[in-house]
Design a protein around this ligand. Structure first.
Ligand SMILES: [Cu+2]
Length: 91
């Protein structure tokens, strides 16, 4: 068991996955107030690999930078949906 764990750790060190930073804009039409905004921000902040993100109540969208080796657009839309605010990809 120890050898297996060591092998996994070594494999990760030897072959790191190089991620690319991507930016996605998600339309979140159901955000209505500052509390919605806070909920979405908090939900997104827990996503591993998320970089700088801006959630706008006025535009009802979220623009997020993310490391595509750690997360995906689908994972981000799932997170907002699970928080109660379904989102779709704007661009
Ligand atoms: Cu609200």
């Amino acid at each position: 068991m120890k050898e297996l764990i060591a092998a996994i750790v070594l494999a990760r060190l030897v072959a790191p996955v190089w991620g690319t930073t991507r930016t996605v804009a998600l339309a979140i039409p159901s955000m209505q107030c500052a509390m919605c905004l806070g909920t979405v921000k908090e939900a997104l902040s827990k996503v591993p690999g998320l970089g700088k993100s801006t959630v706008s109540l006025a535009k009802k969208d979220a623009v997020a930078k993310f490391d595509d080796s750690k997360t995906t657009v689908a994972a981000l839309t799932r997170v907002t949906r699970d928080a109660g605010y379904p989102s779709t990809v704007e661009r």
